[in-house]
Design a protein around this ligand. Sequence first.
Ligand SMILES: [Fe+2]
Length: 186
Amino acid sequence: MSNLHNILEDLKNISIPLEPLRPYFGYLEPKLNEKTISVHYNKHHLVYYEYLKENKIYTLNDAIKTHNHKTIDFAYQLIYHNMFWKSLSLENSLDKFEELYPNFKSDFYQILSNSFGSGWMILIKENEVFTWKFLSNAEPYNIKKILLIFDIWEHAYYLQFYENKTEYFETLLSLSNFTYFQNQMN
Ligand SMILES: [Fe+2]
């Protein structure tokens, strides 16, 4: 029932607009290349937005109230992608994360290795302890509790890394945005 719980938590939140955040496609060069981000945005992120707009769904609450699985799924996909672009930066602050959360990298790999299929990795704080959590597909999670989010769908990396997922995961961790994380903590 955790999905339902998270959906209800989000219903209590202020309406989250379902507008796509378009990143500057070259903002993570050379670590994540411009083409990978441009295809990711245009062929995946925008598709969720176009579907929602076509169905006159403008906020997360609009989506939740439809009780339609696809609509809710697409709304979370849209929001998760917006948050994903903000979770990445070239600021190089892995050491700051490791200072706060020494198992930042090892836990990420361990939780991911016990997970199956496409989804999202989120960094959260539970009972005052940081932890990574895997969300299958676009599983709803209370948006306000997500401190960082990484896209673990094949479409996020195949153009640049092919089947080399580990290199992609290493790249994500090295791009973890500490400024965004701090904003989410407040
Ligand atoms: Fe994606």
